[in-house]
Ligand binder design. Structure first.
Ligand SMILES: Nc1ncnc2c1ncn2[C@@H]1O[C@H](COP(=O)(O)OP(=O)(O)OP(=O)(O)O)[C@@H](O)[C@H]1O
Ligand SMILES: [Mg+2]
Length: 297
């Protein structure tokens, strides 16, 4: 459990490739963490609002601009508190997204142009201070692009989880993610004398089909490329309806209705293991944090 002195562990679920299971992973992991007794804030940073939809909220009709992070990125708010709403799932609060959030892609560069001292990439990080005291985990779902908002999410994170299906094309684009990201941090952060370190970086195999022969080869490449960053957990590809979809919810939602379904059990077992692992990594992050705080006193 999170020590009292420590603050929330913030996770960014990211991959610039679309459809790799970012949103499904964010929602399911958040649920799993609550089942282990944690309080979780989920943040939808994708103007598509898929995570918002997954929680039964319609981005187009039920989310006003002021319910999203747009006012934060516009500079009208400086703490995310205004946008936090409860959800149907005990222990999870949500910051919703809607297509208007795309406005942040104009607002942030405009603010940067007008004020050289402004650091567009730190807006979200700075706005999470109160939330970090109120929650054990903050899980941020990002869009499939290197947007200004995605950069904010990555910079606010203590750890990164990159969902990655074992396919050759997804593997190739995952390399671009890290290249672009390291270019970016060196240009933005180091140029200003800052630094950005992550407590952990995890590559999570998603949508894994046991019968797919090519996946075995790609998994070999992945473990060569990512070494111990590649988690020894595989999220199975489950029947389309079972995977996170607005109609059916996540595997944890479905397990409530069909506790004896074997395929579901396989998927929730994989997520339970992911939760254990994230908890271990968070524990390490928290003990480093309390040590630092202790020695600063
Ligand atoms: N383990 C899984 N098994 C089967 N289908 C899955 C699995 N995980 C996700 N999916 C399905 O794949 C599609 C994409 O998933 P998801 O929306 O989570 O990906 P994403 O990376 O967030 O996509 P985007 O880049 O558009 O935000 C969805 O239809 C989802 O239901
Ligand atoms: Mg998504």
């Amino acid at each position: 459990m999170r020590p009292q002195m420590a603050t929330a562990c913030t996770l960014c679920i990211g991959n610039f490739k679309g459809g790799v299971s970012k949103t499904t992973t964010a929602a399911t992991l958040a649920q799993g963490l609550t089942l282990a007794g944690h309080r979780v804030l989920l943040i939808d940073c994708d103007p598509q609002g898929s995570l918002t939809t997954l929680f039964g909220i319609l981005p187009d009709s039920e989310v006003a601009p002021e319910d999203t992070l747009l006012p934060l990125f516009n500079g009208d708010q400086d703490d995310v508190g205004y946008a936090i709403r409860p959800t149907y799932w005990d222990g999870i609060d949500l910051i919703a997204a809607a297509p208007v959030l795309f406005g942040a892609e104009f607002a942030l560069p405009a603010r940067q142009m007008n004020d050289q001292a402004f650091e567009f990439w730190r807006v979200m990080d700075l706005a999470l201070d109160n939330a970090r005291d109120a929650y054990d985990f903050i899980v941020i779902d990002t869009p499939p692009s290197l947007s200004y908002v995605t950069i904010n999410a990555l910079m606010a994170a203590d750890g990164i989880v990159m969902p990655l299906p074992p396919s050759a094309l997804d593997f190739a684009s995952s390399a671009q993610f890290w290249n672009l990201f390291s270019d970016l941090t060196s240009t933005l952060v180091r140029a200003r004398g800052g630094s950005k370190r992550f407590a952990f970086v995890d590559v999570l195999l998603t949508k894994v089909e046991t019968t797919d022969a090519s996946a075995i080869l790609v998994k070999k490449w992945l473990s060569a490329a990512y070494a111990d960053k590649l988690l020894q957990i595989e999220i199975p590809k489950t029947a389309a309806a079972i995977a996170g979809s607005a109609e059916f919810g996540t595997v944890y939602d479905q397990l409530k209705n069909a506790p004896s379904a074997r395929t579901l059990k396989r998927a929730t077992d994989a997520f339970d293991r992911l939760v254990d692992l994230i908890e271990d990594q968070a524990q390490m992050f928290w003990s480093n944090q309390t040590e630092r705080l202790g020695s600063a006193q």
